[in-house]
Write a protein of this length. Structure first.
Length: 165
């Protein structure tokens, strides 16, 4: 008599249940979400879906401090000092960091150019230096989300939104 056929595989977990598990990943270890997205195409779709980042931010509310930039003025570079396992690309030696808010870092590049950098996606945007500041010996700058207080941005997920410096 032949052996009985193997039992059928269990049905896959429903997307809502998998997403609820992924939402509970620790926010101070973004690499864990990347590893989860590599499990299968379905999980990658869930993690990279349009609503997941917002739900993840709402669930954890206070974003973790992934690290800080330490400026070394004499050699005109900043060093990223991590406080978690997160290591942004190209953060070993970046130009002088002027400000960091809403997941973006404002850098003073070569020839006093301003660069807005997203260390998570490694995207950069060059910002023209304000002509009124040319020749001013001491200045600083900040990067802000351009949505006003009533514009609907709660700053939980404003990475892709326009910014102002």
């Amino acid at each position: 008599m032949p052996p009985p056929p193997p039992p059928p595989p269990p049905p896959p977990l429903v997307d809502d249940l998998v997403e609820e598990v992924l939402l509970r990943f620790p926010p101070d270890d973004p690499a864990a979400l990347v590893r989860a997205a590599l499990v299968c195409k379905r999980w990658r779709r869930l993690v990279s879906g349009p609503g997941f980042r917002r739900r993840f931010s709402e669930f954890h509310r206070t974003p973790p401090m992934l690290g800080m930039f330490c400026n070394r003025e004499l050699i005109r570079v900043s060093h990223f000092l991590p406080t978690t396992a997160f290591r942004p690309h190209h953060a070993e030696r970046v130009p002088i960091a002027l400000d960091a808010r809403h997941g973006r870092v404002l850098l003073r590049g070569e020839d006093w150019a301003l660069v807005v950098w997203d260390p998570i996606t490694d995207e950069e945007w060059k910002v023209p230096f304000p002509p009124k500041c040319t020749g001013v010996p001491y200045w600083t700058a900040a990067v802000l989300c351009s949505a006003d207080g009533t514009g609907g941005c709660d700053h939980l997920d404003c990475h892709r939104r326009p910014f102002i410096c």
